[in-house]
Ligand binder design. Structure first.
Ligand SMILES: C[S@@+](CC[C@H](N)C(=O)[O-])C[C@H]1O[C@@H](n2cnc3c(N)ncnc32)[C@H](O)[C@@H]1O
Length: 234
């Protein structure tokens, strides 16, 4: 890798295909793809947030939640860590597709959103959790010796996060959680891929922690936002 940070503006399947042709391999994937959950509601999001209720944008509609996994798996080194954020409704399909491609899912991480917005609160539980599947790639289906830089007596699956009412991206992740995952699951100098980079949160965490980063984003506007945020970091 010539640069520590490589950013691509385009469709991740096409770009990952070209990275495969260049024999590039990564130590980890930490990514937050579209969840395919956008819909019309009467609910309005807080002022300043870059979305309307549960409608995050066209990019979240009719998205094939498993269609990219096979190509992504071809970029993984043996025993690479993989974290895929998603909505609970998609977890089973994503797990099956990962396991078809030798990514063995070990745990489901639970992101506890401490400022989850009440919606229809007289009739509904507040929607204050998100999930991430964590797995290890091993071409023989027998992962061994993956990176796990434990920092605490135990690393809990439940992690607190704050929903970001951001002008940059409607579903921007809390960098606290992403940094923790980068720190735990990779070593300094390792390469992390985020093939659905959005506003570049994973890239910022990687730059702060001395990891190399490959980021892919299809939308020109979000790509520029990610590039600026990562360039301005450190
Ligand atoms: C859930 S958002 C990621 C948000 C990101 N975690 C952040 O903190 O800003 C998913 C992103 O994937 C992008 N996307 C959708 N389809 C894509 C594709 N085929 N290739 C690359 N990016 C894609 C969307 O434009 C969107 O910005």
């Amino acid at each position: 890798m010539i640069n520590n940070i490589q950013l691509y503006n385009g469709d991740c399947i096409e770009i990952m295909q070209s990275l495969i042709e260049q024999n590039i391999k990564v130590d980890a994937v930490i990514t937050d793809p579209p969840y395919n959950i956008s819909r019309k509601t009467n609910f309005h999001t807080l002022k300043g947030a870059n979305r309307n209720g549960m409608d995050f944008g066209e990019w979240d509609k009719n998205f094939d939640v498993v269609g990219w996994i096979h190509t992504m798996s071809k970029l993984l080194k043996e025993n690479a860590n993989v974290v895929i954020f998603n909505d609970w409704k998609n977890l089973s399909d994503i797990r099956k597709e990962c396991e078809k491609n030798n990514i063995i899912i070990k745990r489901c991480l639970v992101i506890n959103k401490t400022n989850g917005a009440p919606f229809n609160r007289d009739r509904m539980f507040v929607n204050d959790v998100e999930f991430a599947l964590w797995g290890i790639y091993n071409s023989k289906n027998k992962p061994t010796g993956w990176t796990f830089n434990r920092k605490n007596p135990v690393e809990k699956c439940v992690m607190n996060a704050t929903i970001q009412h951001s002008k940059f991206h409607p579903t921007m992740k809390d960098i606290k959680v992403i940094s923790k995952l980068v720190d735990l699951l990779t070593n300094e100098g390792d390469t992390v891929l985020d093939c659905f980079m959005g506003s570049g949160t994973t890239g910022i965490a990687c730059k702060q922690l001395g990891r190399k980063f490959i980021g892919i984003e299809i939308d020109n506007n979000y790509f520029e936002i990610a590039k600026n945020r990562i360039d301005n970091e450190g």
